[in-house]
Write a protein that binds this ligand. Sequence first.
Ligand code: PLP
Length: 501
Amino acid sequence: MIALAKETAQDTAQTGINTAAGAALAPEWLPAPGDLNELTPLMWAQDVSRNDDGVVGVDGVSVAELKAQFGTPLFVVSEADFRARARAFKDAFDAAFADICGGVDVYYAGKSFLCTEIARWVDSEGLRLDTCSGGELAVAARAGLAGENLGLHGNNKSAAEINRALDMKLGRIVVDSLDELERVAAIAVSRGERAKVMLRLTPGVHAHTHEFIATAHEDQKFGLSMLADGASVSPAEAAVAAATASEGIELLGLHCHIGSQIFEPEGFALAAERLLTFLAQMQHSYAITLPELDLGGGYGIAYTAVDTPRPPAEIAAAMAAVVRSTCAELGITAPRISIEPGRAIVGSTTFTLYETGTLKTVNVEVDGAADASDGGSPVTAPRRYVSVDGGMSDNARPVLYDADYSAVLASRTSAAAPALSRVVGKHCESGDIVVRDVYLPNDVAAGDLLAVPGTGAYCWALASNYNYVPRPPVVAVRNGAARLIVRGETEDDLLARDLGA
Ligand SMILES: Cc1ncc(COP(=O)(O)O)c(C=O)c1O
């Protein structure tokens, strides 16, 4: 069966023409279909494979078993893969920075996906946890994590959140503005304490996938500008001065985060250079030591076969080289470096399992194509719509960010010809798209299982109850056994806050 699908790929390779149904509608980046049964390794957890019957499974637990036990839609996370990716970041950065600052503190960005189990995995692999709300702190507390291993972010933290951070004796509060610095200082003073604070700066570096731009201004809500903009000092310097003078603040250092889903290390390197230069100036001007520098997260992952993430060791080596040389040029002792990866740890550990339902094929006019033999009438090509039992409520990223994903037929292999397909959800919204463009076998039928890889980050975390659809459960697979780590919502959950009689 698999061989037939390969023949299609060979035909395409030999003729150079993508003859798959609907190919004329495919975006330029989408590769011509190859073996539709293949699981492209970069997009999946290391222990995901097809069994002898062609059924996809994780560590030997097949999607058929998962569906029977837990239903669909379902988030399926490989615990071994999560732990391996967390360790890979810690080990790679520790090794690259060993001679510079004795290693790196890796804060897993909990906003990407957090529950108590995940928090415990993070902790037991020697990572720390970055949170950005009181709710995320509550998860960390329930997981039993020590406050000193936690950070708190956010551009508008409430007094309750600041107090909670101080109650939990957090290792760091990352302060985003002068207003917030005042707020944190006042609360700490009123408690007779000193809050451990990092200042989030905007280094004028914007990075997005393969490109970054260096700008003077950062037109966004986060962080303190490093530009004076006509004033005597920049907001960043004003914050350093105020923090240094405040009895409620222990200023640990500086922080930046330049974007997400970034593949090339140059943007991180430029941000590191700019922050180290500023750090050296501040140390000199205010006769202080700033012992820590956080370079944020944002490392990219493979959502589709054309994404090419760098291994952590490569990113770490590039960043270490810049930190080493910049500190040498500035003549300063390197601060302790920390980073905050989220997506690059959890993203590829997880896939979403859906059951297919309604199918339909529409003929769509191909942009700019005309049929000369038929008086220049428009050329059409078929697009197959494959509906699944979830959608934008469990993965908002395609709607929010035009994010691309991929999908495979998971409950069996198929030798059927490829058809350009659009995987859509069940919500009352025409933009409810799960995978905008993917080649699926044209015999996909109602009742098949589809798996969408790379859904570990910012999917469950961004899930909603749109249309009163319950949020799906999360299952962890380890050592050939699957267990629920977050149960799915029930109708009782959905109605629990509705006070109508
Ligand atoms: C301050 C901060 N740190 C870390 C992250 C994690 O980014 P990623 O999941 O892309 O690594 C984010 C994401 O938005 C962020 O805002």
